[in-house]
Each structure stands twice: as C-alpha cells, then as structure tokens.
Ligand binder design. Structure first.
Ligand code: PDD
Length: 289
C-alpha cells in the first residue's frame, strides 16, 4: 500500500484528496519542492526545506509545520513507502476558500501534501548526454519562487520533447536563463559559468552543490549571465536538477556541442557529485555512472 502526507497525517495515498476549491487547484496558488532520495535517505534535505520555506514566505503562506517537523514526517513517509531510490514531491497551497482572486481572510489553513515516486538514476542519459532545443523564455519575472504555476515551463518542455529532445534551454533575448526544469552551465576557457541566482531563474539546490564542489576542487566558477553566442561557442554544456543531477548536453537545436560527447570537466563534476551523494546517503550499489 502507498501512503501520502496530507496536512500532517500520513494516510493511504488513494484517500489523500483535496477540495475542488483548493487554491492550488484553481489558481496554482502555492509552491512545491522535489527532493531526491538515495538509499532511503534524502539528499540535501535541509536546503530543500529552507527553499520550501523561502518560496512559501515570498507569497505570504506561513508553513503549518517547522522544517524539523517536516523532515520527520518525510522520513516516516520514506519508511512507510519503502522508498529506496526516488523522489519526494511536496507542495503547499494557500488552502481551501470560495473562489476569489483575493487572498482569503480568516482562518484558512494551507493544504500541505507530499508523496513519493520510485525512480532510479537516469544512468543512460548521464553517460551519453542529452539533446536540447533553444526557446524564448516567456515566463513571469519571479522565477526564483518555486511556484506551482509552471505553464511557461511546460510549454517549453513539451516543445523540446516534440523535437525528440530532453530539455529546452530558455533565453530572454540574447541572454540564456535556465532550462524548463533545470539550470544551465557552460564551460569557457576551463571556467564553469552559470546564470546568477536572481529573479530570472530558480536557485537550484543542485546548482549550489555543483558550485560548492567547484570551489572545493579549485575549478574556476562565474555566476553571471551568459549569451547565446557564448553558449554556441562553449567547450562544454551541461544542465543540473534534483532528478537529472549533472547531465551533459551534447546537442543544441540540432548542432553538436563541440565533438558531441560529454566533456571532461562535466564528467569530473559527475564524479564529484556522485561522491557527494555517497557522502550524504551512503554507497550507491548498482546505481553508479
Ligand atoms: N525542477 N530551474 C527550474 C525551472 C526547475 O524546475 C528546476 C527543478 C531547477 C533545478 O533545481 P534543483 O536543482 O533544486 O532541482 C531549475 C524540479 C526537479 C521539478 O520541477 O521537477
């Protein structure tokens, strides 16, 4: 039997239902997190929970539980669902209230849900790299909030998929921002470059792990906006996310990135990232790149 978390209680997943007037359902009025689980342990849990809090506060939702309480509940959910490798999806909405664009007044309780999804590491793609397309970034100007409103991202991802690609690299005019569900990195003269964490992108947890690994290993990094021209000339390109980790990009809009195979620095970062997973979650068995 599968279980889910609904407002602080772990119940049978099929019983975890929300009202038709939940503001998440009607307006996308809420925020979410995706947390990776390896060997039954959450990876970078504290970072995800602190972003969950930050996102909810930025839209005026007060979380009904502390990060510590949430950690305990999520760990219980992992155990109850017997999750070894996979993801936790967690979201909070402004709650249930008669439909009105205005925030509800009075005692409306946020709706908090979480459930788990089994899923192995995408080893094939991690080894061979993935193809991408370019698309104009048509999203709003608060991409730093991990909002439930993902239409812009969905349209971009769907377009990529329809062209046989894994991801869409978004750009505002000449400036590359981020993927539809990932952050984008280039390597230029041996330096790892990725968009600065401002309102135009999501401050990825994986991105921050990678930047820290670079700094600890004397790999030069720059957090700055880079252009489509720099992307096109890059020595290496990769993307990062909770589920995709450090994913080599080998093609953009039908054009190979250099020789069309994952670059050496990308592979080194994959290796360092895998070691970081093992440091936090224990040795990966039959699940390594
Ligand atoms: N997406 N940018 C966007 C727009 C994202 O949706 C994501 C993650 C990232 C990477 O963030 P992180 O490293 O913290 O996962 C960047 C998640 C995985 C999703 O929506 O499924």
């Amino acid at each position: 039997m599968e279980f889910a978390l609904l407002n602080g209680e772990i119940i049978e997943r099929s019983q975890a239902k929300v009202d038709v007037e939940d503001r998440g359902y009607q307006f996308g009025d809420g925020i979410y997190e995706v947390i990776r689980v390896y060997n039954g342990k959450m990876f970078t849990a504290a970072e995800h929970l602190s972003r969950f809090k930050r996102s909810s506060e930025s839209i005026g939702i007060t979380l009904p539980f502390s990060s510590l309480e949430l950690t305990e509940m999520l760990n219980e959910l992992i155990i109850k669902n017997n999750l070894n490798t996979g993801n936790i999806y967690m979201q909070v909405t402004r709650g249930v209230a008669p439909r009105n664009h205005l925030f509800p007044t009075g005692n409306v309780v946020p709706t908090l849900t979480a459930y788990t999804i089994n899923g192995v590491r995408p080893l094939e793609n991690l080894k061979s790299g993935v193809k991408t397309i370019l698309t104009e970034d048509i999203r709003w100007l608060r991409c730093d909030i991990k909002s439930l409103n993902l239409l812009g991202n969905l349209l971009a991802k769907q377009k990529a998929s329809e062209q046989g690609c894994f991801e869409a690299i978004q750009h505002r005019g000449q400036d590359v921002t981020e993927g539809s569900s990932s952050n984008i990195f280039i390597v230029k003269n041996g330096t790892v470059i990725t968009h600065e964490s401002n309102h135009l992108i999501l401050k990825g947890i994986t991105k921050d792990v990678i930047l820290n690994l670079c700094m600890k290993n004397n790999i030069p990094v720059q957090e700055r906006t880079f252009s489509l021209a720099e992307l096109e000339e890059a020595e290496e390109v990769f993307l990062s996310s909770t589920t995709a980790e450090v994913m080599p990009i080998i093609e953009i809009d039908g054009k190979k990135v250099k020789s069309g195979i994952p670059g050496p620095l990308t592979c080194k970062l994959q290796d360092l990232f895998q070691k970081e997973i093992e440091r936090q979650c224990g040795v990966l068995v039959d699940n390594e790149i």
